[in-house]
Design a protein around this ligand. Structure first.
Ligand code: HEC
Ligand code: HEC
Length: 188
């Protein structure tokens, strides 16, 4: 009888110990998944990390010297969306409108040594985003009455704000003004 009780206690504590280990393992597994997800968002690809954007822009500006005001499609090889845009302005759009607004550098959309190539899916995505932004500006915003601006407009920065994946939620820290600062709960 006494022996059986000790045996039962041993069994129960073994099972409990097993459960503790299992849950620890599950916890560490889920943390490592979280870290990976974060890294996908934050850490740039290998070719992006080693890419020298300042030097690339320098080389390109020298290459188009004397043709700065010519339409992009006459100076570059594969222009489908930005036709009519002066060549120098195209480089500004690439640097500030695209790279900076998404928080990336040129290598996020371009393969080294071939600006005209369409090898990276992100380059075509960018073209499709131009079409989407134009539809919002030219169709949808125009239909909304009583807006503050006479010609309301959005661009890449409106959504991206320095990130490849636009946010769906506000940052964790409570805003300094508004209901949250007064201790009131915001509606979901
Ligand atoms: C978000 C994606 C994206 C980023 C980032 C980006 N580009 Fe582009 N780039 C494009 C797209 C899309 C085109 C084609 C535009 C079109 O079809 O009108 C293009 C075209 C070009 C061209 C013309 C190439 C040719 O011969 O047709 C050059 C040069 C260029 N980009 C340079 C740059 C530089 C320099 C940077 C970094 C400062 C950069 N791009 C960053 C998407 C990007
Ligand atoms: C109305 C909001 C909105 C606007 C404006 C917008 N984007 Fe996006 N963009 C998105 C969303 C949403 C995604 C998809 C993110 C995801 O994968 O969930 C995205 C994804 C992208 C991606 C893929 C990024 C990656 O690495 O996965 C590129 C490139 C991109 N956008 C470029 C642009 C450019 C260039 C412009 C301006 C011409 C632009 N976007 C304007 C909402 C927007």
């Amino acid at each position: 009888m006494k022996k059986q009780t000790i045996g039962a206690i041993k069994l129960v504590s073994l099972v409990a110990l097993g459960l503790v280990f299992l849950s620890l393992k599950l916890m560490s597994a889920s943390t490592s998944v979280d870290v990976k997800a974060q890294n996908n968002q934050i850490v740039a690809s290998q070719d992006e990390q080693s890419f020298d954007q300042t030097q690339a822009l320098d080389t390109l500006r020298k290459r188009i010297a004397g043709q700065e005001n010519k339409p992009a499609e006459e100076v570059f090889k594969n222009i489908r969306m930005l036709k009519g845009v002066p060549a120098a302005r195209l480089l500004k759009i690439m640097e500030l409108g695209y790279a900076r607004s998404l928080g990336v550098n040129c290598a996020h959309c371009h393969v080294a040594g071939g600006w005209e190539k369409d090898d990276k899916p992100t380059k075509q995505i960018a073209r499709d985003m131009v079409t989407m932004a134009a539809a919002i500006n030219n169709e949808y915003l125009k239909k909304i009455k009583n807006l503050k601006s006479e010609t309301p407009i959005i661009n890449c920065t409106t959504c991206h704000r320095g990130q490849t994946k636009p946010a769906l939620n506000l940052p964790e820290s409570p805003p300094k003004q508004g209901p949250a600062a007064l201790g009131q709960r915001l509606p979901p």
